[in-house]
Design a protein around this ligand. Structure first.
Ligand SMILES: [Zn+2]
Length: 422
């Protein structure tokens, strides 16, 4: 590919990225909004993109089908027709005003892997199936990772009644998009049909870029605990109450927030954020009497995260006691971390090494289809460096060299998984 008339490769050493990058560019033109990439689930742009992706799947030698929820699948048979599949994929829906690599990279790189196998006449023991999921982002309907959840049989009829901001239900949107809402149950795959799932995705964070590494083997999808903290002090006149006699809820909350930051930094891969705060009564000349703030704490290990959270609760209560304010701490939502499969993590790390790169093992701070698929079959992810870690932004950027490496590592990992899965 990409040879000129003299037969010389104009991009030496880069077998895959000229076509891959051109296709990522072409796919970015499927948008709801001229001048930016916005391709929400079941929009006309999404449906058209499904058609384009399926055309590329077919060209790469795959048999193609669209499932009832309008996810695209291509299948490249193994040596024995009907064999369990290694599924490679990601999502092609986007956020509003997205970058062009989030999700799309993993789908088009997977097609490049099959195109290479096909061109070489190479069949593996397993089939290779490429998945292009929709509504991973939750940018249209308030239900993210919707289509991969249906694939593992975790979607119920309530999903059809979810409404977008315009009041359109998933059922109505599916009908308009040529899907089949009542057949959503047919999306579910039997256990054993998919032997493993592997997703190449941009990191969406700065760790690889900071360390000067192209690729990483993802170990886990971080879990989270969301907490609401309410602080009750005593409101008073900002001019008359001496400093030593105050019970200032905002000053107490400020010390608590610095404590959140300190404990968030106390463990590798743990992060903690205070993203919202309100202080009442909110007047310039009144000592704040009531403050509420949120804490979002995430990490790849539930025990480590829960231990840190417990330490935080103790520390916040101590601050409240010393400052003579009341504190209420409500951990209202806990999502468990998802460990990815040790075999797949090892295979990804080996494939990165085999392609001449140093593999970094790191968790994912963001959710992904792989986190859902991990409940169904051995699953893993390859992270690819994105410039300065910028993502969910039109400034998302990857290099030709890294894109080429991404396909080579995905291909190498698929071949190794094929042997190791037995
Ligand atoms: Zn994504």
């Amino acid at each position: 590919m990409a040879h000129n008339e003299t037969g010389r490769d104009p991009t030496p050493g880069m077998r895959f990225s000229p076509v891959l990058m051109a296709r990522l560019e072409a796919l970015a033109a499927f948008t709801e909004v001229e001048g930016q990439l916005t391709r929400r689930y079941l929009s006309p742009a999404h449906v058209a993109a499904v058609g384009q992706v399926e055309a590329w799947m077919a060209e790469a030698g795959m048999s193609v089908h669209t499932d009832p929820l309008v996810s695209a699948f291509g299948r490249y048979e193994g040596r024995t027709p009907g064999a369990p599949a290694i599924m490679l994929g990601s999502h092609i829906d986007t956020i509003v005003d997205a970058g062009r690599y989030d999700g799309n990279l993993g789908v088009l790189a997977a097609i490049a892997v099959v195109a290479e196998l096909s061109a070489r006449g190479e069949r593996l023991e397993h089939a290779i199936e490429v998945a292009a999921f929709g509504e991973e982002e939750g940018s249209r309907f308030p239900a993210h990772i919707l289509t991969s959840s249906a694939l593992i049989g975790a979607a119920g009829p309530a999903l059809l009644d979810i409404r977008d901001a315009d009041g359109i239900t998933v059922r109505e949107a599916l009908t308009r998009a040529g899907g089949n809402p009542d057949a959503y149950g047919d999306c579910a795959r039997r256990k054993g049909e998919i032997a493993a799932y592997l997703e190449l995705h941009i990191e969406q964070g700065p760790i690889l870029d900071t360390q000067g590494l192209a690729l990483g083997a993802v170990t886990a999808i971080n879990g989270s605990v969301r907490t609401m903290v309410s602080v009750a002090g005593f409101a008073g006149h900002a001019g008359t109450v001496p400093m030593g006699q105050r019970r200032d809820a905002l000053a107490a909350a400020s010390e608590m927030i610095l404590c959140v930051e300190r404990i968030g930094a106390s463990e590798a891969h743990l992060v903690a954020t205070v993203g919202r705060i309100t202080a009442l009564p909110g007047a310039q000349n009144v000592i704040p009497g009531r403050v509420a703030f949120t804490i979002d704490m995430r990490g790849p290990s539930d025990p480590v995260r829960d231990h840190a959270h417990a330490a935080l609760v103790t520390a916040l209560k101590e601050i409240a006691r010393r400052r003579r304010v009341e504190v209420t701490i409500d951990a209202y939502q806990r999502n468990a971390a998802t460990a990815l499969h040790p075999l797949v993590i090892d295979v990804v790390a080996e494939a990165i090494t085999a392609c001449g790169q140093q593999p970094l093992r790191l968790p994912s701070g963001a959710g992904h289809d792989a986190g859902i698929m991990a409940g169904h079959c051995p699953s893993g992810m390859i992270f690819l460096r994105c410039k300065a870690g910028i993502s969910h932004n039109p400034a998302e950027s990857i290099t030709m060299e890294d894109a080429d490496l991404g396909v080579r590592v995905l291909l190498e990992a698929a071949r190794r998984l094929d042997r190791r899965l037995g």
